[in-house]
Write a protein that binds this ligand. Structure first.
Ligand SMILES: Nc1ncnc2c1ncn2[C@@H]1O[C@H](COP(=O)(O)OP(=O)(O)OP(=O)(O)O)[C@@H](O)[C@H]1O
Ligand SMILES: [Mg+2]
Length: 479
């Protein structure tokens, strides 16, 4: 439907904009001509910029063939009557008052529609976007936080059915809370988008179906209908892997720099220590064991030997010794570790058992280093477990993923959540007599073997360390 407007004021301008922006299903209204005697009338300027027909005299409309409706917006009844008289029969005309009335009715019905039919239309439109964005986790959330739609990717992560989610509040679904979760320390991009009508972004930690934390980067985009925000599309990307990778890289960097520093210091200390040790031993040789200084020299020797042990650990940690890798039977390596540690376990009244799978392929490893890594883990387990507790070592081969797992579990005191991120740091220890180097060395060794080490622990409920060795793809080295 082609419309000619008499009166190029702001309402005329708005009419041009509305008909431009929105598609109306049945009638397709379009302003094609505007008349105003004022050159600077905003509607006239808008029409001109759009290349529409503009004139000072509305009489020009009557000779045009393309006009279906004339809207009189000046409010002057004489002009309206003049139009009614002069217009062709098939052309309709409405006065300013009628136009106002229509405008009001349209506005009210648009408001009502928003809750049902328009919402349906919006849903359909956004559903297409959701399906396109199937890789990401997507929810469509209404202004009252109720979930209007959700995609399969997110449903799978949450372990929920669509019917369990639609109509419920987003904070119930992703945060398991009964109230909106937005707060000073936990800003919600949805709240911001609803307020500012602009897109927003933040990082949130959500819980998956196993209560495991997933770190999400969340972006929200406003859904605007008739100039009002009726809700938002929330697109979440699981960045847990990226964050963990970043942390691992930082850890690696930190270890590398401490390693370089330690190597330098250890070398410097080693020589004077050797001098102290040999001098003490030489003096001791000349003394009678009954001499009161004999025992003092014994203390000097023992303490110096202890320092040497720490320096050796530091050098190990600094990866002075490159691994010499050969094909080795990891079960055999573990059995030797058990022989070396069973006395300490028995002394504390702990059971130390192994459950070793018999299908483990040979691994390309430095036997001595891996033994050291595993012994460090067993010693820690022994130190953390009270009499009556147990320590077990298991091996497992995942043929499909070509991974060999070595698992060391204990029923000991466990590790505090705050400490979990620090235990691999050199010199981090919670023990009075600890150096805090055992796990740092283990970590370095495991890394040199392109393997990974992970820890799972709950205070009071024990600890499990898992080492995963990858096998080269395709090679059939199954034993
Ligand atoms: N199995 C475990 N159970 C509980 N806590 C553990 C366990 N393994 C390690 N930890 C914690 O991690 C810290 C660091 O361990 P790490 O082996 O690096 O140093 P350490 O045992 O304290 O000293 P070092 O091994 O140098 O003698 C420990 O002090 C302890 O708090
Ligand atoms: Mg230790």
């Amino acid at each position: 439907m082609n419309i000619a407007v008499v009166g190029g004021g702001t309402r005329c301008k708005r009419l041009i904009e509305v008909t431009e922006r929105h598609t109306f299903e049945e009638i397709d209204p379009r302003v094609v001509a505007v008349a105003d005697i004022k050159e600077n009338a905003p509607g006239l300027i808008k029409a001109k910029s759009k290349g529409l027909f503009v004139t000072r005299d509305y009489n020009d409309f009557f000779s045009r063939q393309d006009i279906d409706l004339i809207i009189e917006l000046t409010g002057d009844m004489d002009i309206y009557n003049d139009i009614l008289e002069k217009k062709k029969k098939h052309v309709r005309a409405i006065s300013d008052a009628t136009a106002q009335l229509f405008y009001e009715i349209a506005r009210i019905s648009a408001l009502q529609k928003k809750t049902d039919q328009e919402l349906q239309e919006t849903r359909a439109r956004y559903k297409a976007i959701i399906n396109e964005l199937i890789q990401e986790d997507v929810m469509v959330i209404a202004y009252d936080y109720r979930v209007m739609d959700i995609n399969d990717s997110l449903l799978n992560k949450l372990g929920l059915q669509r019917r369990d989610v639609i109509g419920r509040h987003c904070y119930e679904i992703t945060h398991r809370q009964s109230q909106p979760c937005s707060g000073k320390d936990h800003p919600c991009p949805l709240v911001k988008t609803l307020k500012t009508e602009k897109s927003s972004r933040t990082t949130h930690t959500h819980l998956d179906k196993d209560n495991k934390k997933i770190i999400y980067s969340i972006s929200t985009y406003p859904m605007i209908e008739n100039g009002d925000v009726i809700g938002a599309i929330e697109i979440s990307r699981d960045i847990t892997g990226d964050i963990n990778m970043q942390k691992a890289m930082m850890q690696q960097e930190k270890l590398a720099s401490i390693g370089r520093l330690s190597a330098g210091v250890a070398h410097e200390i080693n020589n004077p220590l050797t001098t102290i040790l040999t001098t003490a031993m030489l003096i001791q040789e000349d003394l009678d064991p009954e001499d009161p200084n004999f025992e003092e020299l014994e203390t000097i020797t023992n303490e110096t030997l202890r320092c040497r042990k720490i320096v050796t650990s530091l050098l190990d940690f600094a990866r002075q010794s490159r691994p010499v890798k050969k094909e080795n039977d990891i079960n055999g390596v573990i059995k030797e570790c058990l022989v070396l540690t069973k006395k300490q376990a028995a002394f504390k009244g702990l059971s130390l058992t192994a459950e070793l799978a018999d299908n483990i392929p040979l691994l390309y490893i430095d036997k001595g280093q891996i033994q050291q890594a595993i012994i460090n883990l067993i010693l820690n387990a022994i130190e953390a477990t009270e009499a009556g507790g147990s320590i077990s070592i298991g091996t497992d081969y995942n043929r499909h993923r070509r991974l060999v797992d070595v698992e060391i579990s204990d029923t000991g005191r466990g590790i505090r959540e705050d400490d979990l991120g620090k235990i691999f740091d050199p010199f981090f220890t919670t023990k009075d007599s600890g150096n805090g180097l055992g796990l740092a060395i283990t970590h370095g060794i495991i890394e040199q073997h392109d393997a990974t080490i992970n820890v799972f622990s709950k205070p009071g409920r024990g600890t499990t360390f898992t080492i995963k060795f990858g096998l080269p793809p395709g090679e059939n080295n199954d034993s």
